[in-house]
Design a protein around this ligand. Structure first.
Ligand SMILES: [Fe+2]
Ligand SMILES: [Fe+2]
Length: 307
């Protein structure tokens, strides 16, 4: 892992780490992030141009200020517990209680704030956003313009969320390997469907969350001693392993050598675009991982190629 020490430090507010792999998001060092009033570490993984990840940490009993943005964001809780408040302007607040293993996504430009509900333990959030994509669309070199729009837009995306009472309890099968859900209390409660095309015994589920169009969520399982079929795709992918142990073999585009990454619950891996990669489970329990990716966006642009 390499520390980037150029102007990204100033632009994001904390160090930005580069690389493809993080051993454990539960223990990775975070530093004060004054801009957001909490602690964080930011990652630009595998040269991704559309997705960025960060770990955000809130001390015991503290809260993160309420804010809103026109970035899509997916949040997974690797450790700790507490609650988040989500509010569409002019509508009632909704409270989402979370614990280790919770998964949610603040609806686009709805206000949200995060609270640590424990007097002793820090809470950590693993967050993936489409911020780099929006920086390109709205002007990567024009931070003030980007910020004014993304963090200051008054537009209400009421077609995605309009304060509906049961919005965060939606739990609906859309078809094979496809589920609609706007809040997941425990990621292990999501049913997974057999996906033999991904490997013997593999199971998976795509989640449609809060109307997101650029950040997809997928949960996958590899049986003990099993592996997934080696595959390659142009979309970006950030993987968080949350159960089991194993390794991934990656051959980057244009390289002959293969690299091996040993992972366990808590590890983070982003296979580079167009790399050939294959996951192997070595634990007695199935390996499970959360994959946050841009496949849907690529398909919408007509340039997806998966092999
Ligand atoms: Fe946010
Ligand atoms: Fe992949």
């Amino acid at each position: 892992m390499i520390i980037v020490d150029h102007d990204e430090v100033e632009r994001v507010g904390t160090r930005v780490y580069e690389g493809s792999f993080v051993t454990d998001v539960k223990s990775f060092p975070v530093e004060p992030w004054p801009e957001q009033g909490n602690h964080a570490a930011h990652f630009n993984l595998s040269g991704n141009r559309l997705l960025r990840a960060h770990i955000m940490a809130v001390p015991p009993g503290e809260r993160k200020p309420t804010h809103r943005h026109v970035n899509e964001a997916v949040i997974y809780i690797p450790t700790g517990h507490g609650y988040s408040i989500v509010q569409q302007e002019g509508k009632l607040e909704r409270r989402l209680d979370f614990q280790e293993g919770s998964l949610f996504s603040p609806p686009l430009n709805a206000y949200h704030g995060h609270y640590n509900g424990d007097a002793q333990q820090w809470v950590r959030y693993f967050v993936v956003t489409n911020m780099p994509l929006n920086q390109v669309v709205y002007g990567v070199g024009e931070r003030k313009i980007y910020e004014r729009f993304v963090f200051g837009s008054p537009f209400l995306f009421t077609e995605r969320y309009n304060g509906e009472e049961n919005y965060f309890s939606v739990n609906e099968r859309l078809g094979p390997c496809r589920w609609k859900v706007n809040y997941v209390k425990d990621i292990n409660e999501i049913p997974l469907d057999p996906s033999p095309e991904r490997g013997a015994g593999a199971r998976t589920m795509h989640l449609e969350m809060v109307g997101n169009t650029t950040v997809d969520v997928q949960i996958s399982e590899i049986p003990p001693g099993g592996c997934q079929v080696a595959h390659q795709h142009i979309h970006e992918e950030i993987i968080h392993f949350f159960q089991g142990e194993g390794y991934t073999v990656i051959r980057r585009a244009g390289e002959r050598e293969r690299r091996k990454y040993l992972w366990h619950a808590g590890s983070l891996l982003s296979p580079p675009r167009n790399s050939v990669h294959q996951h192997f489970c070595t634990s007695r329990e199935p390996a499970r991982y959360l994959s946050i990716q841009t496949e849907k966006l690529m398909k919408a642009m007509g340039i997806e190629a998966r092999q």
